[in-house]
Ligand binder design. Sequence first.
Ligand code: TPP
Length: 387
Amino acid sequence: MLQRPEIIMIRPSFFYDTLKGFGIDFYAGVPDSLLKNLCAYVTDHADANHNIIAANEGGAVGLAAGHYLATGQPACVYMQNSGEGNVINPLASLTDQEVYNIPVLLLIGWRGKPGVHDEPQHVKQGKVTTGLLSVMGIDYTILSKEEEKAEAQIKKAVDYMRHTNECYALVIEKDTFDTYTLQNVEENNLTLSREEAIQIVAAAISAKDVVVSTTGMISRELFEYRTAMNQGHERDFLTVGSMGHASQIALGIALAQSRRRVWCFDGDGAAIMHMGGMAIVASKHPQNFVHVVFNNGAHDSVGGQPTVGLDINLPDVAYAVGYKSVYSVSAKDELSKQLSIINSQLTTSEGPVLLQVCVKKGNRKDLGRPTTTPVQNKEAIMAFLRK
Ligand SMILES: Cc1ncc(C[n+]2csc(CCOP(=O)(O)OP(=O)(O)O)c2C)c(N)n1
C-alpha cells in the first residue's frame, strides 16, 4: 500500500509553551495568513494584555519595547513580511544596538518566498525579506517545521537576545504551523455581508467615478463584481499591497481631478493601520472624495483576527478630523438610501464624506483573485483617467 508522506509541522501550543518556558509571554503584531494558526492559539491562550493586535507592525515593535522597559523581558512581534516596511523605522531608530539596544523576537511570515508561487504583491517582498534583515544587521533563521529543531533554534535566538540585547528574527515558511481553530470567536450580530455591501455601493456609483480599493478580499470582491456584471476593470485601482494607503492614493487622484468623484473602498484594519491619513484627506477638503469603510471589526482577509474597528466610532473620528459628512449603516435598505443621499449631496455640498458600512465577517469560499496584473490595472485606470 502506498504510504502518504507524513506532514511535519509545529503545533502552535508547542511554540507558545516553548517561548513561555524562555520567559517570552507578551505578543504584539498584525496577523498574517501564514501565522493564522499560531495567532489563533495566542488569542485563545494569552490574556488581552499579553496579545495586542497593533494598528501596524511598527506600533507592535513600540509595544514590545515598552514591555521590555517595564519587565526586562523580550516580547514576540508577529507580522507578514509585508509589514517589514512598517518596522524598519523603529528597528533602526529604537531597538537597534546603536540606539536603545532593545531585544525583540520577530516572527515573520514569508509570503512570496522565491520558488513558491504567490500573488504579485508578494513577489518582490518575498525576494527581499531576508536581505532586509541582513542589511538591518538583524540575525535570523528560517524556523524548522520539526519541533525538536525549532526548539533548538528558539533557544539559540533567546540566548542571543539575552547576551546582546539585539533583535532576532524567525522567518516562517508556508505550512510551518499545524492547524488550530480559534475558540474565542468574537461574533458580531451584523447581517449584511461585505460582498453584498460592495456590490450595492459599486452599483450606485456613476460611470465616470473611479474606485481605489484596499488590500485583501475587498479588492477581490470588487473585481469579481465587475466580471459578473460584464463591466471592465478600468475604473478600479486595486491596491493589492501597501495596506492602509488606499485613502492616500484616492486623495492623490481626487486632488488632480477635482471634477471626478473618487471612492475609496477601505477596510477597518487598513483604515486603522494608517489612520492619520484621514486627517490629511480632511485637511484638503476634497469635495469629490467618498471614503467607504467596510467595517467587520476584523482582519478578515488573513483569518478574521479582531481589530478595534467596531469598538471605536470611526465616523466620529472622521468628523473630528474634519470630514464634512459622516454616516454609518448596517442594513441593505439603509445603505441604498444613504448612497442616494450621498450621490445627490455631492453635486451641491462639500466633501469629504465618510460612509461606514458595518458588515459581518466571512467571505465566499470560491472567491477568485484578480486576473489582470498590477501593471495592466495601472495602465487601464490611467487611460480611463485621461478621458
Ligand atoms: C503592512 C501589511 N501588514 C499586513 C498585511 C496582511 N494583510 C492583508 S489583508 C489584511 C487584513 C485587512 O483587514 P481589513 O482592512 O479590516 O479588511 P478585511 O480583510 O476585514 O475586509 C492583512 C492584515 C499586509 N498586506 N500588509
